[in-house]
Design a protein around this ligand. Structure first.
Ligand code: T4K
Length: 409
């Protein structure tokens, strides 16, 4: 293994990169390939490729059972699932949503000309801050969307109280939170309805995919119509709809992945513990903790770099990692409010979002999943340790042009 003890060992200063091949934050898990291929053969033999086929129905039943809800409506991706759910419940006005999330949460609103009003997050959990929700309310507020960021449950109880008091639908973007619980109850069963993403980069995937989960019978029926052009039967369109259907091959991937879900979580947990152990005593590097009393998928390994302690910015640490072929990501930089069109609509939004601004400058997501071994994690952590313990010196050398930036940031 390549040592990372001296500054000249770092690839950014001319050393050999620690990894020959790039390490990604989210390599897709495939599960048992033979089981998947058998299912694909079956669906080809059946000649039933989409439109509510048997695999999609089985997938929906299984997910609903796991989450403990009456309805799961599988979709082609998480973004379309969000759009359809929002259209089925909100329709107009302003919806309060955290800015510290993937851009899809905000776009799903704006796409339908509903205004996302950005609120701040709790600095410890990175999830929506209920006090900020209250502060952002106006007479035009028509809903609240909480995001269970990194798979950590929002303060569901406080949000439910606010939503009930103001008679608003409470939706959750649970894109990260499949297989996670909050206060012992599975995420997916809270609020009016919740949305999962099963994108390839998630610990559990259907290539592309997503779902709305809910206990509301009428809402589920409406969403089923909406994701299938509004068809209530042959030649009978009952509602405005779109094409949000999940295909059979995606459901085949999902059913296969569900069979190895525990194994995927165990690997993520092992990786998380390895990072926790290796980074515990690195000053200025804080690993986001998961509550181990809850069920958790440990999909994201999230660190915060405190530049006031390390003397090196998060972005420079990321450049160092990229030059070593570790493709760490600064999700969800710079915050939705600093992306278009929101940046132009609300140029001063950042003034009301101090925690979002702070996190956007500090957060770095590290590689995990089945494609990363324990020894690779130890090497990543050794790089992080060297980069941050000698951060001040590195910053100075880079300022004088002695490093080879790879253009990650
Ligand atoms: N709400 C939230 C809170 C979300 O985080 C997301 C999606 C959504 C809603 C919307 O759900 P979907 O409509 O996507 O179902 C990724 C994903 O595309 C996105 O699904 C995810 N969140 C977001 C957090 O991350 P990028 O920009 O990181 O994708 P990309 O292509 O850079 O891939 C990440 C890493 O994974 C790379 O290092 C390459 C590697 N990779 C990627 C793919 C696609 C692979 O190794 N194999 C692959 O097949 O967005």
């Amino acid at each position: 293994m390549i040592s990372r003890k001296q500054l000249h060992d770092l690839a950014i200063f001319g050393g050999t990169p620690a990894f020959d091949e790039r390490l990604h934050v989210g390599r897709p898990h495939v599960g048992d390939r033979d089981r998947l291929l058998a299912r694909i053969n079956d669906l080809i033999d059946r000649c039933w490729l989409t439109n509510n086929g048997p695999y999609v129905q089985e997938f929906e039943r299984t997910v609903a059972g796991m989450v403990g809800v009456k309805h799961c409506i599988a979709m082609c991706n998480g973004t379309v699932a969000l759009e359809i759910l929002i259209r089925a419940t909100v329709v107009t006005g302003e919806v309060i949503v955290p800015s510290f999330t993937f851009i899809a949460t905000a776009h799903a609103l704006q796409w339908q000309e509903i205004t996302p009003v950005f609120c701040d997050v709790n600095p410890w959990t990175h999830t929506i801050d209920p006090r900020s929700v209250v502060a952002m309310m106006t007479p035009r507020t028509t809903g609240i969307i909480g995001v269970h960021l990194w798979g950590r449950g929002c303060d569901v109880e406080a949000l439910t109280g606010i939503a009930q008091e103001h008679n608003l639908p409470l939706l959750f973007d649970a894109a990260h939170a499949f297989g996670c619980s909050h206060n012992g109850r599975m995420i997916g069963s809270f609020g009016t309805a919740e949305v999962f993403s099963f994108h390839a980069t998630k610990f559990f995937n259907t290539f592309e995919g997503g779902a709305v989960v809910t206990n509301d019978d009428a809402l589920a029926a409406k969403i089923r119509l909406m994701k299938n052009f509004g068809f209530a039967g042959y030649d009978n369109v009952a509602y405005i709809g779109t094409n949000g259907k999940m295909s059979e091959i995606c459901a085949a991937m999902g059913l296969t992945g569900l069979e190895s879900l525990d194994e995927s979580i165990a690997i993520n947990y092992r990786n998380y513990k390895e990072y926790q152990h290796e980074l515990a005593d690195v000053p200025g590097v804080h690993l986001l903790a998961y509550d181990e009393r809850e069920r958790c998928n440990y999909q994201y390994v999230v660190v915060e770099i405190d530049e006031t302690v390390t003397g090196i910015s998060r972005d420079k640490v990321m450049d160092i990692l990229w030059s070593e072929n570790v493709l760490a990501r600064r999700y969800f930089y710079p915050g939705c409010h600093r992306m278009e069109p929101y940046r132009s609509y609300f140029p001063h939004a950042g003034l009301l979002l101090p925690e979002t601004e702070r996190l956007a400058a500090r957060v770095l997501v590290l590689p995990t999943g089945t494609a990363v071994s324990s020894s690779e994690i130890r090497t990543i952590c050794a790089i992080m340790r060297l980069a941050t313990v000698r951060g001040g010196e590195i910053t100075e050398r880079l300022a004088h042009g002695s490093g080879q930036l790879v253009g990650a940031s």
